[in-house]
Ligand binder design. Structure first.
Ligand code: ZN
Length: 87
């Protein structure tokens, strides 16, 4: 009888483990979705009000008047999309 109990436990253990692991994974996905809806990071030129993607060459060469900012905030400040990268 003891063997049967042991086998039952061994069979059930992976089920418990996966149930525990599933929860943090789901909350992680929710966090990722939330940051995506808040908008991506862009480079805003505070002088010309041009909005660049982080990968834009113009953003890389702009060092004096450029700040890293949330895209929603950038356009709220009167940002204009860059012609090269589209903002
Ligand atoms: Zn650009």
């Amino acid at each position: 009888m003891k063997k049967l109990v042991l086998i039952t436990l061994l069979l059930l253990l992976p089920l418990f483990n996966s149930a525990i692991k599933a929860e943090p994974l789901e909350s992680n996905i929710t966090k990722i979705e939330k940051t995506q809806t808040q908008g991506q990071q862009v480079i805003l030129n505070t002088k010309t009000h041009k909005v660049h993607k982080l990968t834009c060459p113009s953003a890389a060469s702009c060092k004096v008047n450029c700040i890293k900012i949330n895209s929603t905030d950038a356009y709220n400040r009167g940002g204009v999309p860059c012609k090269k990268c589209g903002g």
